[in-house]
Design a protein around this ligand. Structure first.
Ligand SMILES: [Zn+2]
Length: 407
C-alpha cells in the first residue's frame, strides 16, 4: 500500500512540520492595506522549504506593488512531475495574514507561536499556515515513498486577505496557461471542525442602499411633514414580507437553503426627539442563490419602494452598494470533489458532502474562469479570531488527505 508508507512518513515529519509552521508564523505578512510591509520575508523562508523538495518547474509570478519595500508582492507556482502528466492536482494556499486585532484579547504574543497540549497558537496558524505547511510535507512524503500519481502543483499567493488583486487574480491573468480545466484544484482555506464540508458553490452577494426622502419639520405638525422614518420602517416590513414570497427557490447545498434579505445598517437621522426626520437611509445585505437573477431582485425592491412612496408621500432611491455575482458552482461530481471526499473518508472516517456558502472565497477566481475548484480543510474555525490556533492532529490529518489525493 503506497499511501500507507506516505502516511507513515508524514507522521515522521510531524515535528519538523510544526517547527516550520511556527517559524513562518513568527514573520508577520500583512498587506499594505493592513499597514504591513507585505509578504516577502515570510515568502523567502517558504520558497527555500519548497525548493528543498525539488520541484520540476518553478515560476515566480510577482506582482508590482510600489507600496511595499521590495516593490513586489510574491507569488509562487511550482509543479512536481507525477506518473500521469496529463493533469495537475493543485493546492492553493496564501501567505498573508490578517492583523492580530485587539492585543488584550490574546493570551500571548500573536507572532510568537507556541505549542501547548497538541495545539499550536499564533496569528496565521490556521489561516492559512496549517494547509500551507501540510501541502508541503504531503508532497515531500509522497515523493520520498510511493511517488506522485499525477503532477502536483503548489500555488502560494499573496494578498488573499485584501482582495487578491496582487495575488491569485494577478497570477491567473498573467499565467492562465498554468491551470487547465482538467486539473484538480483544491483551496484548503476554509472548512469545519469535522472536516465533512467540501465547499463548491457560493451565493451572490448584494448590498442595497435605501435612501428615503420625506419632508422634515416640527414634531407637533406632522400634517406639514412626510416622516421618512415611518416610511422606512414600513418599507423594511414590506421587503421582509415580499422578498421571500417572490424568491422562494431553495437549494439544499446552502445553509440556509434559501436566499436571504437582511436589513442591517441604519444611518442616524435627526439628533433630537422633537423633529420629524426628512431623510432615512438603511441597508439590506442579501445572499442570493446563484440561480436567481440579481436584476430581478433589485426590480422587486424598487417596486416595493414605489408602493411605500405613494402611500407615505416620500421618495425612495434604491441603489446597489456592493454586488458580487457568484460564478458557476463547481459540479458536485467533479474529480476534485470526488477525490477529496474519498481521501477524507479514508483518513478521518467521515463522509464529506458538497456544500455552498453565503460569502466569497478565493476559489471564486478559479470558478470565474471555468476551473473547477473545491474548498476543504479540517480546522478549528478560529481564523481571524484572537488566540488563533490549530490542532496538530488536524495538521497531520490534512497532510494525509492531500497525500492520499496525490497518490
Ligand atoms: Zn485564508
Amino acid at each position: 500500500m503506497g499511501f500507507q508508507r506516505a502516511a507513515q512518513r508524514i507522521d515522521e515529519l510531524q515535528e519538523q512540520c510544526v517547527d516550520f509552521l511556527a517559524r513562518i508564523c513568527s514573520i508577520p505578512a500583512l498587506g499594505p492595506e493592513n499597514h504591513g510591509a507585505g509578504e516577502m520575508a515570510k515568502y523567502l523562508v517558504i520558497r527555500d522549504r519548497v525548493r528543498s523538495i525539488g520541484p520540476d518547474l518553478e515560476e515566480e509570478v510577482h506582482s508590482p506593488d510600489p507600496r511595499v519595500p521590495e516593490g513586489v508582492r510574491p507569488n509562487l507556482l511550482v509543479v512536481f512531475n507525477g506518473k500521469d502528466r496529463s493533469k495537475t492536482f493543485w493546492i492553493l494556499t496564501h501567505i498573508d495574514v490578517v492583523p492580530p486585532g485587539e492585543r488584550a484579547l490574546w493570551d500571548h504574543e500573536p507572532f510568537q507561536p507556541r505549542v501547548e497540549n497538541g495545539i499550536l497558537y499564533g496569528r496565521g496558524v490556521e489561516d492559512n499556515g496549517q494547509s500551507l505547511a501540510a501541502s508541503i510535507i504531503a508532497v515531500q512524503a509522497v515523493k520520498e515513498t510511493c511517488g506522485l500519481g499525477m503532477n502536483v502543483g503548489l500555488a502560494l499567493v499573496s494578498d488573499e486577505e485584501t482582495g487578491s488583486r496582487y495575488g491569485l487574480d494577478y497570477v491567473l491573468n498573467k499565467r492562465p496557461d498554468m491551470f487547465k480545466p482538467q486539473d484538480l484544484i483544491l483551496v484548503p482555506d476554509a472548512g469545519n471542525e469535522n472536516g465533512d464540508h467540501i465547499e463548491v458553490a457560493e451565493k451572490h452577494m448584494l448590498q442595497v442602499r435605501f435612501r428615503v426622502k420625506g419632508k422634515q419639520g416640527h414634531a407637533s405638525r406632522p400634517d406639514r411633514t412626510s416622516n421618512s422614518l415611518r416610511a422606512a420602517a414600513r418599507l423594511i416590513v414590506e421587503l421582509d414580507e415580499r422578498m421571500p414570497v417572490r424568491f422562494p427557490d431553495r437549494n439544499s447545498f446552502f445553509r440556509p437553503a434559501s436566499s436571504t434579505f437582511e436589513p442591517t445598517k441604519k444611518e442616524a437621522n435627526v439628533p433630537n426627539i422633537n423633529t420629524i426626520p426628512g431623510e432615512d437611509v438603511f441597508f439590506l445585505d442579501c445572499r442570493v442563490l446563484p440561480e436567481v437573477e440579481l436584476s430581478r431582485v433589485l426590480e422587486e425592491m424598487r417596486a416595493a419602494a414605489r408602493e411605500v412612496d405613494k402611500k407615505f408621500g416620500v421618495e425612495t432611491v434604491v441603489e446597489e452598494h456592493l454586488k458580487f455575482q457568484a460564478p458557476q458552482p463547481t459540479p458536485a461530481d467533479s474529480p476534485v470533489v470526488v477525490a477529496c471526499a474519498q481521501a477524507v473518508q479514508e483518513v478521518f472516517g467521515v463522509q464529506a458532502r458538497p456544500v455552498g456558502i453565503g460569502g466569497q472565497t478565493v476559489a471564486a477566481f478559479f470558478r470565474k474562469r471555468g476551473l473547477p475548484a473545491a474548498v476543504w480543510q479540517k480546522a478549528l474555525e478560529v481564523a481571524h479570531a484572537p488566540n488563533e490556533r490549530i490542532s496538530i492532529d488536524d495538521l497531520v490529518g490534512n497532510a494525509k488527505v492531500f497525500a492520499r489525493m496525490m497518490v
